[in-house]
Design a protein around this ligand. Structure first.
Ligand code: C2O
Length: 553
C-alpha cells in the first residue's frame, strides 16, 4: 500500500458552456476536477487550499473513513469550513472498497462545479471479478447552471419557493448537441474500437436529478455499485441517483451499423414544480480520432436510445431489483441477521409558515416556505462542528440526542396527507453504542407529493435488505427480506410512494450525517446524524482531530 499525495487548489477559473462564459469555483483550474486513482489499502493525503471568496469543504463520497471522521468533510458536521485563504489536509486510508467513488465539495451548492472521480483499483496482483476491459474511463453526469448555483439556492431560501432548475445535463462537464448554442466541441465523445470492451465508471454528480442512462443499440452490463461488486446483469436503460456510482461494461459492436451512436441521459422525477425534461446526448464513436468531426446538427439527429418516461417509477423499481452482491467466497456478504435497534423514518417534504422579510408572501405551496424532514424534524445546521462538540463532550447548545426513532403519530404515509404539513426544527442526532446493529426503514411520504429521495449515509456502507411500494408493514415485509445477497451501497433511493430497509453495524465511531442527495432537499433540512460512540478498545476510538482542523470562530 502506498501513500498518495495530492494538492487541491480551489480557485476561480473561466469556463464557457451554452454560450455563457463565467468564472466558477474549480480544483486546480479544472472542471470537472482531477481524477484520483488509488489502490485499495492506499492512504490519501490531500492538501486543500481555499483561494475563492467562499467557504469550502471536501467530502470523499462513499469512503468509509474508518476512525478518520475528521477527513469526512461535510461542513458543520465533521469540520468547520475552510475559510477563504485557509487550508486543511484530508488524510484517510481506503479499506475494503473497490470500484468507483467520487469526491465533491460539501458546503452549500459548491459541488455544482467542485467534483471529480475517485477510482479504487484492487490491490496489486488482484484481478477484477469480470473480464479485463480494453480500456476504462470515468463518466461523470452533472448539471450546468448558467446562473451562479450559490445565488440560485440563496434566492430559493429567501423566497421559500423551489430553486430554478439547471440549464443542462452534462457528460464529464459537457452539455452536448441537444442544447441551444452548443457546438460539437461541447459534446463528450467516447471513441471505441469494434469488438472491444470498455468499463464506464458512471457517477451521478447532478445536484437535483435522478437520471436514466442508455446507449443507442448497445446493451450495458452492470458489475459494480458504490464501490462494491454486484452479480453482473444486463440492461439497456440504467437509473442512477445523485451520489450513486455504477461501473458498467460496454462491448463495441464487431460490425457497427453506423459511425456514431447516441449516449443519452434524461431525468427521472415525480417532483412537484418544474424540472428540466431535456434528453442530453454524448457520442459513442467508432473509428479513428482523425476522422473529420461531425457537426452539432449531425450529432443532434442521432437516434436516441429508448429511455423510460420521466415519471416511470415502475421501470425504476424493475431496474433496482436487479442488484445483488456477489456473496461469494472471495467477496462474502456480511449481512446482519439480527438487529439491535430498529428505526422507522418517514421521509419527505413539508413546509414552514411564511415569515418573509420581503413582502409577506412566500413562494412555497399555499403561501408557505418549502421545507423537508425525517420524522417531521427538519435538520438545522449547527454553527460549529458536531464531531468537535462530540470529541469534547460539549453538547449543550449544539445538538440534542433525541432524534425520534419513529414518527410521533403514525399516518397513512402514501395516502391522503395530513392537514398540517408544517415541520419542526432541530439539530437532533441518534446516539448509538459502538457495534450496534441498526435497521432503518425509510418510508416515503406523500406530503406535498410523493417523490423518491436518494438517501446517502456517510461513514458506512449498508445492505439494502428490502423494498416495496405503499406503507411498510413490519408483519409481512420483514419476512421477505433478502439476507443472502443484498446489494451493499452508500446511497439508496427511497422509492416514490414506497419504502426501503437498510442494515449496518455501527462500527465506525464519529458523527455521520445521513441526508437526501438532492441538494435542494438537503438545503431544506432533509438530513439527520448518527452519533456513534467509541468502543472500549483502543482501536475502537475516534483519534484526536488533526492540528490544522478549521475552527468556526
Ligand atoms: Cu455525496 Cu453528504 O454527500
Amino acid at each position: 500500500a502506498r501513500t498518495r499525495r495530492y494538492s487541491f487548489n480551489v480557485t476561480m477559473a473561466t469556463v464557457a458552456r451554452l454560450c455563457v462564459t463565467k468564472s466558477v469555483p474549480t480544483v486546480n483550474g479544472r472542471f470537472p476536477g482531477p481524477k484520483l486513482v488509488v489502490r485499495e489499502g492506499d492512504t490519501l493525503v490531500i492538501r486543500v487550499t481555499n483561494n475563492i471568496n467562499n467557504n469550502v469543504t471536501f467530502h470523499w463520497h462513499g469512503v468509509r473513513q474508518l476512525r478518520s471522521g475528521w477527513a469526512d468533510g461535510p461542513a458543520y458536521i465533521t469540520q468547520c469550513p475552510i475559510r477563504p485563504g485557509g487550508s486543511y489536509v484530508y488524510r484517510f486510508t481506503v479499506t475494503g472498497q473497490r470500484g468507483t467513488l467520487w469526491w465533491h465539495a460539501h458546503f452549500s451548492w459548491l459541488r455544482a462545479t467542485l467534483y471529480g472521480p475517485l477510482v479504487i483499483l484492487p490491490p496489486r496482483g488482484v484481478a477484477y471479478p469480470f473480464p479485463k476491459p480494453h480500456r476504462e474511463l470515468p463518466l461523470l453526469l452533472g448539471e450546468w447552471f448558467n446562473a451562479d448555483p450559490e445565488a440560485v439556492i440563496k434566492q430559493a431560501l429567501q423566497t421559500g419557493g423551489g430553486p430554478n432548475v439547471s440549464d443542462a445535463y452534462t457528460f464529464n462537464g459537457l452539455p452536448g448537441p441537444t442544447y441551444n448554442c452548443s457546438s460539437s466541441n461541447d459534446t463528450f465523445k467516447l471513441r471505441v474500437r469494434p469488438g472491444k470492451t470498455y468499463l464506464l465508471r458512471l457517477i451521478n454528480a447532478a445536484l437535483n436529478d435522478e437520471l436514466f442512462f442508455g446507449v443507442a443499440n448497445h446493451t450495458l452490463t452492470v458489475v459494480q455499485a458504490d464501490a462494491s461488486y454486484v452479480k453482473p446483469f444486463a440492461a439497456t436503460a440504467l437509473v442512477i441517483s445523485p451520489g450513486q456510482t455504477m461501473d458498467v461494461l460496454l462491448t463495441a459492436a464487431a460490425n457497427p451499423s453506423s459511425r456514431s451512436f447516441a449516449i443519452a441521459v434524461a431525468p427521472y422525477t415525480n417532483t412537484v414544480g418544474t424540472f428540466d425534461n431535456t434528453t442530453a446526448v454524448a457520442v459513442l464513436e467508432y473509428g479513428a480520432a482523425s476522422s473529420p468531426p461531425q457537426t452539432a446538427a449531425a450529432l443532434r439527429s442521432l437516434p436516441l436510445p429508448s429511455l423510460p418516461a420521466y415519471n416511470d417509477t415502475g421501470a425504476v423499481a424493475n431496474f433496482s431489483a436487479n442488484f445483488r452482491s456477489l456473496a461469494s467466497a472471495q467477496y462474502p456478504a456480511r449481512v446482519p441477521r439480527t438487529v439491535d435497534r430498529h428505526f422507522f423514518f418517514a421521509v419527505g417534504l413539508g413546509a414552514d409558515p411564511c415569515q418573509s422579510p420581503v413582502n409577506g408572501t412566500c413562494q412555497g405551496p399555499n403561501n408557505t416556505r418549502f421545507a423537508a424532514s425525517m420524522n417531521n424534524v427538519s435538520f438545522v445546521m449547527p454553527k460549529t462542528s458536531l464531531l468537535q462538540a462530540h470529541y469534547q463532550r460539549r453538547y449543550n447548545g449544539v445538538l440534542t440526542a433525541n432524534f425520534p426513532a419513529a414518527p410521533r403519530t403514525p399516518f397513512n404515509y402514501t395516502g391522503t396527507p395530513p392537514n398540517n404539513t408544517f415541520v419542526t426544527h432541530g439539530t437532533r442526532v441518534v446516539p448509538l453504542r459502538f457495534n450496534t446493529t441498526v435497521e432503518v426503514v425509510l418510508q416515503d411520504t406523500s406530503i406535498l407529493g410523493a417523490e423518491s429521495h436518494p438517501l446517502h449515509l456517510h461513514g458506512y456502507d449498508f445492505y439494502v435488505v428490502g423494498t416495496g411500494f405503499g406503507n411498510y408493514d413490519a408483519g409481512n415485509d420483514t419476512a421477505k427480506y433478502n439476507l443472502v445477497d443484498p446489494v451493499q451501497r452508500n446511497t439508496i433511493s427511497v422509492p416514490t410512494a414506497g419504502w426501503v430497509a437498510i442494515r449496518f453495524v455501527a462500527d465506525n465511531p464519529g458523527v455521520w450525517i445521513m441526508h437526501c442527495h438532492l441538494d435542494v432537499h438537503l438545503s431544506w433540512g432533509l438530513s439527520m446524524a448518527w452519533l456513534v460512540n467509541d468502543g472500549p478498545l483502543p482501536n475502537q476510538k475516534l483519534p484526536p482531530p488533526p492540528s490544522d482542523i478549521p475552527m468556526c470562530s
